[in-house]
Design a binder for this molecule. Structure first.
Ligand code: SAM
Length: 329
C-alpha cells in the first residue's frame, strides 16, 4: 500500500541526511561555535531505509546534510540508490543538495554513479560577502568551479538556492538575476525560516516573495510560469523568456497542503515536517532486528502523525526540535 498521511497527502519525496557535519558556518544557520551534534549511520542502513521507502511509493530521493560531500563513500551510495526501482519499475529520481565547496571534483563521478540533479546553496555572488556569510575564506571560487563542473557533467537543470535575510544580503537579488542569466542556472530565492541555531529569526528578517519580485523588476520583470502542485518553488522567467528564477516562500505563501516529503536525519530518525517538535527513531527499530515489513509498519504509523502545517509567525509557534543543519534541508 502506498504511503499517505491522514490528510490524504501522498508521500513521494525522501530526504536523507548522510552526515551532521558541515564545512561552512553560515551566519544565518550556525552559531559558529558548535559542530556536529548527531552521529551518522553506515550507508548500508540508509540504503535499507531507502529501499523500504521506495517500496512504499517514494519516487525521489535527495541526499543532504550537514554537508553531504564531506562523507566519504557518497558516490558509491548514489550508485547503490540508482539501482532502486520505484513502484512502477522505473529508476528513482536522485538529487543532492550541497554547498558546492567540494563539488568540482565530485560532479562527474556523481553523474556517472547515477545522480540526476544537484542543488547548490549560495547566498551571495560577491566573493567577500560570500566569505563573511560562510565564515570560510576563498569558498566562492570553489563553489563557482563546482557549479560549472556540475553543468559540464550534465547534472541538469542546475539550481542555485539563495536564502535571503533582511539587512544582510537582499542587495544580492539583482546580482543573482544577472548571475542566473550569465551562468544559465536556475536561481531560487528562499525565505528565511526560524530554523537557525542562534534564534535570530523574526518576521521582519524575512524578505518576502512580493519584495523579491518588486526588487527584480528594477532590473527586469519576472513572468510566472506553471509549477507542479507538489513543487516548493513558484517559477518565473524574465520577460524576454531567458532563464528561470524560483521563489520558495514557506513564510509568506505556505505550501504545506501539498507537502509530499519526509526526512531521515543522519542518525536515522524520521522527521515528518521541518518544524516537527519530535522525531521518530527508525534506526532503533533496525537495531532491535525489525524486519522490512515491521519497518514499513513503523513508517506508516509515523506518517499518520505528519503535521498538517507549520505555524511560523503565529503566537502558538513552537521552535522545531532540531535546526536546519541537523535535520537535512
Ligand atoms: N550543506 C548543504 C547545503 O549547503 O546545501 C545541505 C544542508 S543546508 C542546511 C540545506 C539548505 O538549507 C541550504 O540551502 C541552506 O541555505 C538552507 N537553510 C539553512 N538554514 C535555513 C533557514 N533558517 N531558512 C531557510 N533555509 C535555510
Amino acid at each position: 500500500m502506498l504511503l499517505h498521511d491522514k490528510f490524504g497527502r501522498a508521500i513521494t519525496d525522501l530526504r536523507i541526511s548522510v552526515t551532521d557535519r558541515c564545512n561552512y558556518k553560515c551566519v544565518y544557520c550556525r552559531t559558529g561555535n558548535e559542530g556536529a551534534l548527531y552521529g551518522d549511520l553506515p550507508f548500508a542502513d540508509y540504503l535499507r531505509i531507502a529501499r523500504v521507502l521506495v517500496g512504499m511509493g517514494i519516487r525521489k530521493i535527495r541526499i543532504t546534510g550537514g554537508e553531504p560531500l564531506l562523507r566519504g563513500g557518497v558516490v558509491a551510495f548514489v550508485r547503490d540508490l540508482a539501482k532502486l526501482r520505484n513502484v512502477d519499475g522505473e529508476p528513482v529520481e536522485l538529487a543532492l543538495t550541497t554547498n558546492g565547496h567540494l563539488l568540482a571534483d565530485l560532479a562527474q563521478p556523481l553523474k556517472e554513479a547515477g545522480l540526476n540533479r544537484v542543488t547548490v546553496s549560495m547566498d551571495a555572488v560577491d566573493p567577500d560577502r560570500f566569505a563573511r556569510i560562510t565564515r570560510v575564506p576563498n569558498g566562492y571560487d570553489n563553489v563557482l568551479a563546482g557549479i560549472r563542473a556540475a553543468r559540464r557533467a550534465g547534472l541538469w537543470p542546475l539550481k542555485v538556492n539563495c536564502v535571503l535575510m533582511r539587512g544582510f544580503n537582499e542587495d544580492q537579488i539583482i546580482p543573482f538575476g544577472m548571475f542566473a542569466r550569465e551562468e544559465g542556472v536556475t536561481v531560487r530565492f528562499i525565505e528565511f525560516m526560524p530554523l537557525e541555531e542562534d534564534r535570530t529569526w523574526s518576521p521582519s528578517t524575512v524578505v518576502t516573495l512580493d519584495e523579491i519580485l518588486a526588487r527584480m523588476r528594477e532590473y527586469r520583470p519576472l513572468v510566472e510560469i506553471p509549477h507542479a502542485r507538489s513543487e516548493t518553488a513558484r517559477r518565473y522567467r524574465f520577460d524576454d523568456g531567458v532563464c528561470e528564477i524560483g521563489i520558495i516562500a514557506p513564510v509568506s505563501h505556505p505550501f504545506c497542503g501539498h507537502c509530499s516529503r519526509i526526512r531521515i536525519t543522519s542518525d536515522g530518525k524520521i522527521r515528518t515536517c521541518l518544524f516537527s517538535v519530535w522525531d521518530h527513531n527508525l534506526h532503533a527499530q533496525m537495531q532491535r532486528g525489525a524486519s522490512d515489513e515491521e519497518l514499513a509498519n513503523f513508517i506508516r504509523s509515523v506518517v499518520q502523525k505528519k503535521e498538517e502545517r507549520h505555524h511560523i509567525g503565529e503566537p502558538d509557534f513552537v521552535p522545531a526540535s532540531r535546526t536546519m543543519v541537523h535535520i537535512g534541508g
